[in-house]
Design a protein. Structure first.
Lengths: 456, 76
């Protein structure tokens, strides 16, 4: 039987409205998670319902198989989709992806799922026309189930812990298959180390797709020049904080590139060389000093105004794949979320057969809770600071803009007015992840109190 | 937040300066990490675009709150 908390829907109460009132939705209606539907969904995996698949930040709720299944029901998934969904959740929980950062950032980003291999045919995951748009149940519901999991188990409520300034429509659903048939190269997941017969899902912290129009070029260089220029705009997040970028080549453009015999690596190298912007433009002719330049590769000459700064740190940070319909000379570029998140590919190991039984009866009386609360081990607050005079104070700069200067001004005040004996000043490598344990232990042993900044 | 929670675990009172709009998020994150009484010090937003004078003013705003945060005991 299900272990999730059960809610009784009263006679005359609309189960769809009940789900809305509980805050379980993304704004669109969800399928009420009845026992019959959830049990049916669990047939989609051989894994035990109480198995913990991952802990989802920022709330760090426990994503059990059962809870994933409840959210999958709400999204409208078929049971056969569950194996893909579980693999996606595992990929998202990989530390390299930095899901915590992706969930709470002010940037416009949400996980894009790219599915490869035989499972895309078995489940009819669209890779062709309207690939980023509506029309295919697998795309729509697998992507949506991911979002409901990030909301209900991860606690990323928009405007509260999800601080994205603008958001984007991919945060309703964002799941595609690569058009392997239209690609001149090995499938994307094979280029990431999977076997040709395997299925896999790649997660990538992605902006919305930016269309690239090129109706005029009959050669690869022309098409790739348009793509390169589209990656190296003044507004591009990549230009300031690096990271990966997806390059989704439409099939007509893929034909053109194939005709000139370019490999995927050739495309990455071309874009690495040509998707660049002049340093003086990026710094607004030096108006704001050497802003963000700590994110650029070390070989970029910051003193040369004509230096051409790349959009990514290395050619392989362009994720090159083919998707879309056969008609239309369009491709798309999708900037990622800086060097603070890396895309992750995860094999889909299970391939359950479709359940031949008819759909579950729609008895709506009891609904099962898709939400996971935090289960933290209680941390005891440290003893308060005693005498400030003569103390050693730690200053921990998290690296965000102006944090160091703010803390410097604060430290001056502490020394001048309060007789602090000594300061231990340290700075984190990156503000989007916790500090190294050694650094924290060093501060802990040396200091009577610590001040850190800045959460903004 | 992770850093402050770890430092408190190690035994060092740690004040976390954040800007106003992020206080709720900071509290929620700290609660999820097991420390609802985190010593959060909200100051006026924004900070990233301030000049030196602006930063000095923010530091002056923060200082007494940082001291109060360090001196807070669990029962208060």
């Amino acid at each position: 039987m299900l272990t999730a908390r059960a809610f009784e829907v009263l006679p005359g109460q609309d189960p769809v409205e009940f789900c809305y009132a509980q805050g379980w939705t993304d704004g669109l209606p969800v399928v009420p998670p009845t026992e019959g539907r959830v049990l049916r969904m669990l047939v989609g995996t051989g894994r035990a319902p109480d198995e913990t698949v991952a802990w989802i930040p920022p709330r760090r709720g426990r994503a059990t198989v059962e809870r994933i299944a409840i959210n999958a029901v709400m999204a409208g998934c078929r049971p056969e989709y569950l194996a893909v969904l579980i693999a996606a959740v595992e990929a998202l929980a990989d530390p390299a992806f930095n899901l915590n950062g992706v969930q709470v950032t002010t940037h416009v980003t949400g996980p894009l799922l790219i599915v490869n291999g035989p499972v895309t045919r078995e489940l009819e995951i669209n890779s062709g026309p309207n690939v980023f748009g509506p029309g295919w149940r697998a795309n729509a519901t697998i992507g949506r189930a991911v979002r409901l999991i990030l909301l209900n188990i991860g606690g990323a409520t928009p405007g509260v812990l999800d601080r994205s300034t603008l958001g984007h429509p991919g945060k309703y659903t964002y799941c595609i298959a690569e058009n392997e048939a239209a690609s001149p190269w090995e499938p994307f997941h094979v280029s990431r180390g999977c076997g040709t017969g395997e299925s896999a899902v790649t997660v990538f912290a992605a902006e919305a797709p930016h269309s690239v129009t090129n109706h005029v070029s009959h050669d690869a260089r022309g098409v790739l020049t348009s793509i390169a220029d589209s990656l190296a705009t003044l507004g591009s997040n990549n230009m300031y904080v690096m990271g990966e970028a997806a390059v989704v080549i439409g099939p007509e453009h893929a034909v053109t590139i194939e005709r000139d015999g370019l490999s995927r690596r050739d495309v990455q190298e071309f874009l690495f060389q040509r998707a660049r912007r002049r340093l003086a433009d990026l710094t607004f002719q030096g108006a704001y000093g050497k802003i963000y330049n700590r994110n650029w590769p070390v070989w970029v000459n910051r003193d040369n105004p004509d230096e051409m700064v790349p959009a990514v740190e290395r050619p392989e940070d362009f994720l090159v794949l083919v998707a879309g319909g056969a008609a239309g000379r369009f491709s798309a570029v999708i900037p990622g979320w800086a060097h603070w998140s890396r895309s992750v590919t995860r094999r889909i190991v299970e391939s359950p057969a479709p359940d031949p039984r008819p759909p579950a009866p729609a008895a709506e009386g009891r609904l099962y809770d898709p939400v996971a609360e935090a289960e933290p081990e209680a941390v005891r607050l440290a003893a308060p600071l005693g005498d400030l005079r003569g103390s050693v104070i730690g200053i921990l700069d998290n690296g965000k803009w102006n944090a160091g200067k703010l803390l410097g001004a604060l430290a001056d005040g502490l020394g001048r007015e309060h007789g602090v004996a000594d300061l231990v000043v340290r700075k984190k490598n990156t503000f989007s992840r916790p500090a190294d344990e050694e650094l924290l232990v060093e501060l802990g042993e040396a200091c009577d109190a610590v001040v850190t900044a800045i959460g903004d | 937040m992770h850093d402050a929670v770890r430092l408190e675990q190690i035994g060092v009172p740690t004040a976390v300066i954040c800007t106003g709009p992020f206080a709720a998020e900071g509290e929620a994150q700290a609660k999820a990490l097991g420390l609802p009484e985190i010593r959060l010090v909200p100051i006026t937003h924004p900070v990233s675009t301030l000049s030196a004078e602006g930063l000095a003013a923010r530091a002056a705003e923060a200082l007494p709150r940082v001291l109060a945060a360090w001196r807070a005991a669990k029962d208060e």
